[in-house]
Ligand binder design. Structure first.
Ligand SMILES: C[S@@+](CC[C@H](N)C(=O)[O-])C[C@H]1O[C@@H](n2cnc3c(N)ncnc32)[C@H](O)[C@@H]1O
Length: 250
């Protein structure tokens, strides 16, 4: 992938395990790639006012939180959902970092840990939390966040959620079949194509959907108009407009 929006930089402050929390079994997504992806999606919406971003397979919410902290000045709100309610507790903790209060609490927690264990990593993370708080304040302040369980393969559940949240951009990192699996109550076999179909049916036609998978290519049904494709290491991604996957005349 050619980085047009996310210059090479030290992204430790946004990486899981420092200020953002992580847990075993929740695959980490490269911060720089996440920032680049949202930048590209914003380009496809231009000219646009503040936008709402939804991650419908959010897991720990780390990807969405990092993207939101990086792009705060272009956002109105974020929404996180996952079929599995278990990681949503982590997602709530991470998305709480999109507020001055959440970042201050996390900085205090990290300082306490530093006093307890004398670890340099905790001291650096506490400092990073303070830096993120200053950045958030200068780029628009607290960002509203919604976190809920939703089966993204269920078009009706997506439609109900999207009607309320009104996402302009959907960005997600789908299950790879190693640490995380597709699950659904809807009877549809999980795949990026099934996900795009379900999401597109729920979104405004102008909304933009970016899906990343650990694969050589994200396969979509023949005839799906694609805005862009990209590769990064062992991941592949695709960006499509929701309307390109909706029955014509909608
Ligand atoms: C690769 S992980 C996402 C990791 C995430 N980007 C993070 O930062 O933690 C994929 C997620 O998809 C979720 N998932 C599986 N089937 C789903 C479905 N039908 N609807 C919504 N989420 C689903 C899994 O529970 C898992 O949390």
């Amino acid at each position: 992938v050619e980085y047009r929006h996310a210059p090479r930089a030290d992204h430790t402050a946004l990486s899981p395990g420092a200020v953002l929390v992580s847990a075993p079994g929740h695959p980490a997504f490269p911060v720089r790639l996440g920032l680049e992806l949202l930048g590209r999606c914003l380009d496809h919406l231009a000219p646009a006012g503040p936008v709402t971003v939804w991650d419908p397979c959010c897991g720990s919410g780390a990807l969405l939180t990092a993207m939101a902290l990086g792009w705060r000045d272009r956002l109105r709100a974020v929404a996180a959902s996952d079929v599995d309610p278990e990681p949503l507790a982590l997602a709530r903790r991470n998305l709480a970092l999109l507020s001055a209060e959440g970042l201050a609490e996390r900085a205090t927690e990290l300082s306490r840990l530093e006093q307890l264990h004398g670890k340099e990593s905790h001291r650096a993370a506490a400092q990073a939390a303070a830096g993120l708080a200053a950045g958030l304040a200068s780029k628009g302040g607290d960002l509203p966040a919604v976190v809920e369980p939703v089966d993204a393969l269920d078009p009706a559940a997506c439609a109900t959620f999207a009607r309320r949240v009104r996402p302009d951009v959907v960005i997600t990192d789908v299950p790879y079949g190693e640490q995380t699996q597709w699950t659904t109550t809807h009877g549809t076999a999980g795949s990026p194509d099934a996900l795009v179909a379900s999401l597109a049916s729920a979104l405004d036609p102008h909304a933009v959907i970016a899906v990343v998978a650990q694969d050589r290519k994200v396969r979509l049904s023949d005839g799906t108009g694609v805005l862009e494709r990209f590769r990064s290491g062992h991941r592949a991604g695709v960006i499509v407009r929701a309307g390109a996957r909706q029955p014509s005349g909608r």
